[in-house]
Design a protein around this ligand. Structure first.
Ligand code: NAP
Ligand code: MG
Length: 507
């Protein structure tokens, strides 16, 4: 379906961010040309309806029901998607079980060939897939094009390389596949989370039933077409779209050997309870409330850029977002001034515009959750610093925001906002910074900005987080393991560690 022309642009100069309709783009802002819109123009076919992918075929859901998938930037229906129920999940598990008999016996180098093929087709179709991802999920096209899709391909390439080298990953042991894997993913990086889940599972010889998130299932169905094009044997990957109930049916299915879940801590806890009395294996990648620390000796301008990227990347819909800023007192005023200036230059608006920095909030419930938490932050005594953006009338939007005067007990310091909102706090000494940083139920990621290498080593060893970035933030690579402590979950994805959940090691 050819995409409509860009509807709105964000105009930025030293004035607050504003979004104006494209028809008025000849208007100058503050007396000068500020910015010209640059809509992505690659044609992409989005079908009116998507079925389930079971046993290598696109099949209608047994209930005959479909649900709408919206474009959160304009609230229009993008497509309708099959609502899978427990019977559909059972058919998918049975297809995966049947396929497991052959797939698990294939030599690793043969499995690797399929993964290389998938990676290459993803690369070929990356521009189109990026558009699907942006239209269905609301993220800026520059992020889906320059981050999500290259990472998707990289994960398939990386794991293709492992498929015939498992003996080297686990010297002296034989790595046997686990069996049928049920994988449940969230809406913030739909294709990338699918790649994080599928690539290691397939490399190790498992078969899969994947359940995408309700608001972002369309790109997964485009991936299903790619798996067919790569001639992946029928049933090795099955994709059952639907709602939370669909996921629950997959979790409760008796013939699933391993569950891998990325999503909220609340649902993660339900999964842990559900598998407690079974032989199912489980890995959980859950929420986060990362501390992002700036010491007085840090290169402040670089640190501010890192903080901006850490919280506003993907509208803050990032489990490892640097959502709690801890600034050493001596540089607090300077950092706050620079941050307040910098957020005014962020362009909020049409996700399909290549210049957009902050796209649409993924869904109405997510927007309501962000609004509710920000109101709570103000009610608890925080001061809200927000750009005065004119936001489009349709769609779900939230301007980049800072909340200062936050204390450790405030909800905005403890709960995951999962939006473009940064809670700002201070500290005096490294010891105080460590104590404050670790003072949440989560432990997924953290960031440190300092000029001193020794301080980095000290902080890294004391911060209770699965990933700690130093003088950078939000850097990902398939070779490095990602995962959390405490209520952020357990198990790792990426690197050799990410293979472990998908193998049984025999001597
Ligand atoms: P969510 O509500 O937990 O949903 C995640 C997935 O689980 C979706 O596919 C969802 O389906 C499904 N689901 C919902 N209820 C279920 C149930 N009872 N049984 C089985 N599956 C069920 O989380 P979300 O709102 O989509 O995602 C945001 C959360 O994910 C945040 O907390 C974020 O931190 C976390 N996250 C963590 C990571 C990480 O790597 N640690 C990465 C990304 C996101 P429906 O969509 O149909 O409801
Ligand atoms: Mg959508």
């Amino acid at each position: 379906m050819p995409r409509k022309a860009s509807r709105s642009i964000a105009v930025v100069d030293e004035h607050p961010v504003a979004v104006v309709p494209v028809s008025e783009r000849r208007l100058s802002f503050g007396g000068k040309w500020a910015y010209a819109p640059a809509p992505e123009s690659v044609p992409v076919k989005i079908a009116p309806r998507y079925e389930l992918f079971v046993g290598g075929k696109m099949v209608a859901p047994k209930s005959g029901k479909y649900f709408p998938s919206l474009n959160p930037a304009n609230e229009k229906q993008l497509a309708e998607v099959a609502l899978g129920n427990a019977a559909d999940v059972a058919a998918a598990v049975s297809a995966a079980r049947k396929a497991f008999a052959k797939w698990s016996k294939l030599p690793g180098r043969e499995r690797g060939k399929y993964l290389y093929r998938i990676a290459r087709i993803v690369q070929e179709k990356a521009r189109e897939l990026a558009i699907v991802e942006t239209m269905d999920g609301g993220k800026p096209i520059k992020e889906s094009r320059d981050f999500d899709l290259p990472q998707v391909a990289a994960h398939f390439f990386y794991h293709a390389g492992w498929a015939d080298k498992l003996d080297y990953a686990f010297p002296g042991r034989k790595a046997a596949p686990v069996g049928v894997c049920g994988q449940i993913i969230p809406w913030n990086f739909p294709l990338l989370m699918a790649a994080w889940k599928l690539a290691p599972a397939l490399a190790c010889g498992n078969t899969v039933v994947l359940k995408p998130a309700e608001t972002t299932s369309v790109s997964a169905m485009h991936l299903a077409e790619i798996l067919r094009e790569a001639e992946l044997p029928d049933g090795v990957v099955n994709i059952v779209t639907g709602a939370g109930e669909t996921g629950r049916a997959l979790v409760e299915h008796a013939d699933v050997d391993k569950l891998a879940f990325t999503g909220s801590t609340d649902v993660g806890k339900l999964l842990a309870k559900s598998v407690a009395a079974t032989k199912k294996r489980l890995t959980l990648e859950l929420g986060g409330k990362a501390a992002h620390l700036i010491f007085e000796d840090a290169p402040i301008d670089q640190a501010v850029e890192g903080i901006i990227n850490g919280i506003f990347f993907n509208q803050g819909h990032v489990c490892c977002a640097g959502s709690r800023l801890l600034v050493q007192e001596g540089v607090f005023a300077k950092v706050l001034r620079k941050l307040s200036d910098r957020i005014k230059t962020l362009r909020v608006g049409d996700p399909m515009d290549k210049n957009t920095d902050i796209g649409a909030i993924n869904s109405k419930p997510q927007l309501e959750k962000i609004r509710e938490l920000v109101q709570a932050g103000v009610a608890e005594g925080g001061e809200l610093i927000q750009t005065r953006c004119a936001l489009p009338a349709k769609g779900y939007w939230f301007p980049p925001s800072l909340i200062t005067g936050v204390t450790a007990s405030h909800r905005v310091a403890q709960e995951e906002i999962f939006g473009p909102v940064l809670s700002v706090m201070t500290f005096r000494t490294p010891e105080e910074a460590i104590e404050r940083a670790n003072n949440t139920p989560y432990g997924l990621s953290a960031g440190v900005w300092t000029d001193k290498g020794s301080k980095i080593f000290k902080m890294v060893s004391k911060l209770r987080a699965g990933v700690v970035w130093a003088n950078t933030y939000n850097k990902f690579d398939p070779t490095s393991p990602f995962g959390g402590y405490k209520e952020s979950g357990f198990g790792r994805e990426g690197g050799v560690h990410g293979l472990l959940p998908y193998v049984r090691l025999e001597s």
